[in-house]
Write a protein that binds this ligand. Structure first.
Ligand code: SF4
Length: 294
């Protein structure tokens, strides 16, 4: 299994961010989960994914010491490949070729790869360029010199491995760890499925005393992070806004951020209660508050 798993993991490491399979785009405030773009404000799938990854890496030690290192860690696989090439004195060629690719890929997990590319080729971001160069130095030292010495001297996971040996892990421990991994993985997938890519937010714009009445202006903000258009209906159950801008359903195109202002005029205290319902999703977001009169 190890023979085919190692190259698969290395290939996955290199392609995952470029196909938006999993990427945390810090500058844009979004993350990608199997091409689905989700905002940081809807962080549950991201938290569960990170938790699942940490749990997977640690949990593998319960089954066999260094199972993660020997089967999954890309650093180990690359170091093994380099060691094989050392016999032909060609390891340095592969190390030099891999250094910028690995550095670029690592940054691409956190910044859009196109942004990284333009930062390097057109100097559009000095910070990314410097970070890339520093990372190249580190990765270069890792691949050209340190290789497996990194595992025994620097990697904290290497130390962690010392704590878990098969004779210390009971069958029950393995069953519990395996079950938790499966449950957490299932919860992660479900959380993505049930997380909306539509951000709904309400902002207060103005509150004006117009003599005989109070005039309140609000703004409904919708950001469509999905790859398809979303139709949104807004239904007011109690007080109606002046010249209701939501009499027709709204269509929010993919990537669009729209702001729709609406106004209430009240003479005495009134209740506002309305639902914002994306058509593709089986849920509505409800807003309720009261407005005081003059
Ligand atoms: S000790 Fe660290 S770097 Fe080395 S193979 Fe294990 S996880 Fe990878």
């Amino acid at each position: 299994m190890r023979r085919w798993l190692q190259p698969i993991i290395v290939v996955l490491f290199f392609i995952v961010p470029y196909f938006d399979l999993f990427r945390i785009d810090i500058p844009s405030g979004h993350y990608y989960w199997f091409t689905r773009q989700l905002p940081f404000s809807q962080a549950m799938p991201l938290l569960l994914t990170v938790l699942w990854m940490v749990f997977l890496v640690l949990g593998l030690s319960f089954f066999k010491p260094r199972l993660f290192c020997s089967h999954f860690c890309p650093h180990n696989t690359l170091s093994q490949w380099l060691r094989k090439l050392q016999r032909y004195k060609l390891d340095w060629v592969l190390a030099i070729v891999l250094t910028p690719i690995v550095a670029f890929t690592l940054i691409a997990y956190f910044v859009d790869p196109r942004t990284v590319w333009s930062a390097i080729t057109q100097d559009t971001s000095r910070m990314i360029l410097i970070f890339f160069l520093v990372l190249c130095l580190f990765i270069g030292a890792l691949l050209l010199r340190m290789r497996h010495k990194f595992c025994s001297t620097v990697c904290p996971y290497g130390y962690f491995q010392q704590l878990f040996r098969p004779e210390r892990t009971t069958v029950l421990g393995k069953v519990v760890t395996g079950s938790l991994l499966v449950l957490l993985g299932g919860a992660t997938v479900l959380s993505v499925f049930f997380t909306s890519g539509l951000e709904i937010d309400l902002g207060t714009v103005a509150r004006i005393n117009a003599g005989t009445r109070m005039v309140y202006t609000y703004e409904l903000r919708l950001i469509n992070n999905k790859s398809e258009a979303e139709t949104v209906t807004v239904t007011f159950r109690k007080l109606q806004p002046v010249e209701n801008p939501f009499s027709e359903p709204l269509i929010v195109q993919p990537g669009d951020a729209v702001k729709i202002p609406f106004t209430f005029q009240v003479q005495k205290t009134e209740e506002v209660y309305f639902d914002v319902c994306p058509q593709r999703e089986n849920r509505c977001q409800t807003f309720s508050f009261s407005l005081s009169g003059v």
